[in-house]
Design a protein around this ligand. Structure first.
Ligand SMILES: [Cu+2]
Length: 340
């Protein structure tokens, strides 16, 4: 019985800790102290692949207010992954209902005690010390409540930790104070730095959330995210995806997400990692599959392995040729043939 109670309590603790909405420390960011490595990979890709061979990247998606970014409401951000939807339902419908009901119940009990048993109304208090029925009830009822919380809570945990087969793998590396993204199956490496206020304004991006190079993923794909760090502990999190995981030096952590809706979704570093901890935001751009293939080609990468389905590859081919001369499509097809 005791162990059951403990288990229920642990499960409740997990369930009762929702991901916080991304808070940003207000501080000037005009002086861009981030490492100069910023735009290097894109430039490299362009020069090595030759000017004519690198197709143009698809146009940058413009972020939408209230989607994938804080909008001032005192609630969870709108969720865009199956896990996020399940977790938000659990938090909003189950936990909040329960918390409000219990708070009101206790408040009513307190008011009854204050009014009925005050000294004026009740000068000689009862000397009752034990009431077996009452004690059994006030032990059993909380246990039942905790067990009822534990069921959806443990189910959510199980869903989070049993991801479907990944369509795309991305390795995320935290650095003081920027993120690096690698696509091991596509041969792409990106360095992602925060935009200055002026750059963010010019690109219509939220202040201190916009980055120069976004993490780009295809819509509807299961993205496996492997997270590590080069220096201190960071934490990679995107509130709209219900994803948050520590980036620990010398260790690979894994999480995943699947977003069907194309758009731009923001996150931040969630572990105090040094002076510019508040200035290493995350921007994830979810593109339709054919545009993702176009983006991969624009980065000098190739669609390979589990990153694409035959239909997606077929859809991608016209997109590539439309943007470039015929030679651009050739390396992509040879690479695909090699990896199969
Ligand atoms: Cu950090």
């Amino acid at each position: 019985m005791k162990t059951l109670f403990k288990l229920a309590a642990i499960a409740a603790a997990f369930g009762l800790a929702p991901a916080a909405a991304s808070g940003q420390a207000p501080a000037p960011a005009a002086d861009q102290a981030a490492p100069a490595a910023a735009a290097a990979p894109a430039a490299d890709a362009a020069s090595t692949a030759g000017n004519s061979a690198t197709p143009a990247a698809p146009a940058l998606l413009t972020p939408e207010a209230g989607i994938g970014q804080p909008d001032g409401r005192a609630a969870l951000q709108t969720q865009f992954t199956p896990i996020g939807e399940e977790a938000a339902w659990f938090h909003n419908k189950i936990l909040m209902t329960l918390i409000i009901a219990i708070s009101i119940f206790v408040l009513i009990l307190l008011l009854i005690v204050i009014v009925r048993f005050r000294r004026g109304a009740n000068p000689t208090p009862t000397r009752t010390a034990h009431n077996t029925v009452l004690e059994v009830i006030w032990t059993l009822v909380p246990v039942i409540i905790l067990v009822l919380i534990a069921i959806p809570s443990i189910r959510l945990l199980a869903h989070q930790y049993s991801p479907p087969r990944a369509d795309l793998t991305v390795k995320v590396t935290g650095n003081q104070w920027f993120w690096e993204y690698e696509y091991p199956d596509n041969g792409i490496h990106i360095v992602s730095n925060m935009l200055t206020d002026e750059q963010a304004r010019a690109r219509h991006e939220p202040r201190q959330l916009g980055v120069d190079n976004r993490l780009v993923v295809p819509a509807g794909a299961v993205v496996k995210v492997i997270v590590t760090s080069n220096d201190v502990i960071h934490s990679w999190g995107v509130p709209g995806f219900w994803v948050k995981i520590d980036a620990v030096p010398g260790r690979l952590n894994e999480t995943w997400f699947k977003v069907d809706r194309p758009g731009v979704y923001y996150g931040v570093c969630y572990e105090l990692c040094g002076a510019r901890h508040g200035f290493m935001p995350i921007a994830v751009e979810v593109l339709p599959r054919d545009q993702f293939a176009q983006w991969v080609a624009s980065q000098g990468g190739h669609m390979a392995g589990a990153a694409t389905t035959p239909e997606a590859a077929a859809a991608a081919a016209p997109a590539e040729t439309a943007n470039t001369v015929a030679t651009a499509a050739e390396p992509a097809t040879t690479n695909q043939a090699e990896t199969r």
